[in-house]
Design a protein around this ligand. Structure first.
Ligand code: GLN
Ligand code: ZN
Length: 778
């Protein structure tokens, strides 16, 4: 059945837009409100202005057709927003006030916050709804109606936004008391009823288009296969779209290509379908445009072709993008609109404010605002008007040509060095069994204690960094301040009796940006903030070209720290995969090529650290799991190059050099073989929250020494000695004594000394206690 309205779909649009504001206004408003510096009325008014400013900007940028502006608004997170609106969260409450809303997101004195995890393969985090058979679903359509009204009052006809029911449930987790075999997707029918109610309310309010996103259909998830999700989508949209009382639906499927889900969504016959046709998606699935065209041809569906890449920052090659649109046309798509592949929330606002970027580089980039201009140009050109699109095409041509020819992107020496590497997997020699014997010369005690690298970034360090940036602290003064910090961190660790020390990383504002700023082939922005979650934003660096290391990056700090102690101080590097995962990467070479290049630069750093007398070096790879492709069949190839690049860093390390790695942030079950394959000598890994569960996944292939974190540093709670020694004993059930290390879950930079000191003291005491009891047993 079709709804009453038949307002046309706009000729171009975007999937979504950054929510934090061009100057991170939302971040500031949120943090002021949470800190009690502004009251609820002031916060609400600030949030209102940010939304309306965004709408006005989008309209100025050309999104002036009705429903072209996506109202993908959320004060904290889009999943939380939809879950509250359709009532999957919040129980029977008729409304969720701000206090409750933020308690869900951030916890309060009585309650832990909802779990947070990565949104598909992006660096955005969403809040995970908890669902059981008993979950009461109470739709709250007023929330979304308010958004529509607010926009309307300011003269904007916006397109309300919902995460779809299949994705919402696929991303939820069972409550702790749910039956063991309960899957949140079992509540699909109930949830569809709630969506029906929300859509009816929108129709009643005169809304003619709504956007519902179903990214789960582009991924192989552990909770449900592609076929299961497609079947669920067929049920959900079969039911939702059969209603007459609803707006027209733009069903959108970002973050990859549809497989079985394509038939399911086409047969549900939405008024519009948005698909991800970004270059990366087509590299993985080259026939996708043809498949989509064949499916859409002969239907009445408007195809919103997501040809503008919403996940990367490169200026689009408009001629090549236009060809994709032509392919769709030739394939029989009559109603064609242009869109972004995914929400632009993953890129910064605008290149225009980056006045310190090299001019050539600035011309190669498109952030959110520039991408809208690109979408408009494509819509104009595909409509046959090449004159109006001429400027945008000229900019694109210039960007494509100058980037291809630039000396900034191509470095012969680096390319030759990578070309000279052996193909396929590489291995450090001698193998672990032999290395571990040689490394006994390190003289470490039973159950050695260490930390993951960073110590608290105190207000003093932050102030010194800000003063240095502002020019009120000279380079020398800044270095002195940092050295002072390193000295205190070393002294503290010695006082606490930790065995393997770290320098504390005070010189690093960020573990990736620090290296990006020192390596050639990267650029960094000044204002390129992207929301990570809630009020948290990151400023990803950009890999523009071939990467090399002009000079040593960490050696002076490591040397200085080592000079202060008789104990071993670890050198501390960020691994190639993590550097890539948290940066914007090139689109002109595969990630594996950049990974090899970064690995070689880091291998030189390893050699320099060894020469400076550092005999333990940690290469952090917390993001190894994050880049895992959404589709299963793409995973082995990824893991292969990821492991190779890590191994390249350590390849020529001396047998006596103990290589550590560190991982966190995820379930490792899926990648545990790859973690083993890194072939580090010591692996520290987040484990405290899951109470060492991960250790049961380890098999013989995991030969390295291992430090499962025993202190969950994400919580301000200081664990006591009894609790910590229990966790060490729990680890000893699966790990032999001579292979177990004792350490926290992750770096300590977000904690304060008030927690760090007692927690580390307890950690060492717990270790001593366990060692004593082991000795007692013999
Ligand atoms: N060495 C880093 C630190 O301690 C590792 C951080 C991380 O794993 N995210 O801060
Ligand atoms: Zn970590």
């Amino acid at each position: 059945m079709s709804p009453v309205s038949s307002a046309p779909f706009p000729t171009f649009t975007i999937e979504g837009y950054p929510r934090v504001g061009a100057n991170r206004e939302l971040k500031k408003a949120l943090e002021s409100f949470w800190a009690g510096r502004i009251d609820e009325a002031a916060f609400t008014s600030a949030a209102h202005s940010i939304r309306l400013d965004n709408y006005a900007r989008l309209r100025d940028l050309g999104l002036d057709q009705d429903y072209a502006i996506p109202a993908d608004v959320a004060l904290y997170d889009q999943v939380l927003e939809t879950a509250v609106t359709v009532g999957l969260i919040g129980g029977e409450a008729a409304d969720i006030d701000l206090t409750e809303y933020f308690a869900l997101a951030r916890g309060n004195a009585e309650r832990a916050p909802l779990e947070m995890t990565k949104w598909f393969d992006t660096n955005y985090h969403y809040l995970v709804p908890e669902v059981s058979d008993d979950t009461v679903i109470t739709p709250r359509p007023q929330r979304i109606l308010d958004i529509v009204d607010e926009a309307k009052a300011a003269g904007h006809v916006v397109r309300p936004f919902l995460v779809g029911p299949v994705t919402l449930l696929a991303l939820s987790k069972p409550t702790e008391d749910a039956a063991a075999d309960f899957s949140p997707l079992a509540r699909l029918t109930d949830l569809i009823a709630a969506y029906t109610e929300v859509l009816a309310a929108l129709a009643e309010a005169g809304v003619e288009w709504v956007q519902i996103i179903e990214p789960a259909l582009t991924a192989d998830l552990t909770v449900a296969s592609d076929a299961d999700l497609a079947a669920d989508a067929a049920i959900a949209y079969g039911a939702l779209l059969a209603e007459v009382d609803r707006p027209q639906v733009l069903l959108s499927t970002p973050y990859g290509s549809l497989r079985q889900g394509l038939d399911a969504v086409i047969s549900a016959n939405p008024e519009a379908l948005q698909v991800d046709l970004a270059p990366v998606t087509l590299t993985a699935d080259p026939e996708y445009p043809q498949r989509v065209a064949a499916a859409v041809a002969g239907t009445d569906i408007t195809l919103a072709a997501g040809v503008i890449d919403g996940r990367n920052i490169w200026a689009a090659d408009l001629r090549e993008r236009l060809e994709v649109l032509e392919t769709l046309r030739k394939g029989g798509v009559d109603k064609l609109a242009v869109s972004s592949s995914v929400s632009l929330q993953h890129v910064p606002h605008t290149v225009a404010v980056e006045t310190n970027l090299p001019v050539d580089v600035a011309g190669w980039l498109s952030f959110a605002d520039e991408k809208i201009t690109e979408a408009q140009a494509l819509a104009t050109a595909v409509g046959g008007d090449t004159v109006d699109a001429a400027d945008a095409f000229a900019r694109s041509d210039r960007a494509v040509r100058t980037r291809r020819e630039s000396a900034r992107t191509h470095n012969r020496d680096v390319q030759d060095r990578v070309a000279a590497l052996p193909d396929g997997q590489v291995a450090r020699s001698p193998e672990f069994a032999e290395r571990v014997e040689v490394q006994k010369s390190l003289g470490l005690p039973t159950l050695p204690t260490t930390t993951i690298g960073s110590f608290p970034q105190t207000p003093e360090i932050r102030k010194a960094r800000a003063d240095h940036r502002a020019g009120t602290l000279t380079d020398d003064q800044y270095t002195e301040a940092l050295k002072d910090e390193v000295r205190q961190v070393i002294e503290l660790q010695e006082r606490l009796g930790i065995d393997v020390l770290v320098h504390g990383e005070p010189e690093r504002n960020d573990m990736v940006q620090y290296f990006a700023e020192l390596l050639d082939g990267f650029v960094t922005t000044e204002h390129g903030w992207v929301q990570s979650y809630g009020s948290r934003c990151t400023r990803p660096s950009i890999v523009v070209g071939d990467v090399s290391r002009p000079e040593a990056m960490t050696v002076e700090w490591a040397k200085y720290a080592q000079s202060l102690s008789e104990r071993h101080v670890k050198g501390m590097l960020t691994g190639p995969v993590t550097i890539l995962a948290w940066s914007f990467t090139r689109d002109d070479v595969p990630k594996s090529v950049s990974a090899d290049q970064i690995a070689l630069a880091l291998a030189d750093e390893v050699a320099d650290l060894e020469a400076a007398g550092i005999d333990i070096i940690q290469i952090d790879e917390p993001a190894l799991r994050e880049l895992l492709p959404l589709r299963e069949d793409a995973r082995p190839a990824y893991l292969d190059w990821a492991v190779r690049s890590f191994r390249l860093v350590a390849l020529d390390a001396k047998p006596a050099t103990q290589i550590h790695t560190h991982l966190c942030y995820s379930e490792f079950g899926q990648i545990i073989d790859a973690v083993a394959a890194l072939d580090a000598d010591v692996t520290s890994i987040e484990a405290a929250r899951s109470r060492m569960e991960l250790l049961t996944d380890l098999d013989e292939s995991f030969h390295s020494e291992i430090g499962p974190g025993i202190w969950d540093i994400h919580s301000p709670r200081v664990p006591d000695v009894a609790e910590l020694s229990e966790l060490i004993k729990a680890a000893l059930v699966n790990v032999p004594t001579e292979r177990l290390w004792v350490n926290p879950d992750c770096g300590l930079k977000t904690r304060g000394y008030a927690e760090v000191e007692p927690a580390l003291r307890n950690m060492v005491l717990a270790r001593d206690l366990v060692v004593e009891s082991l000795a007692g047993k013999v």
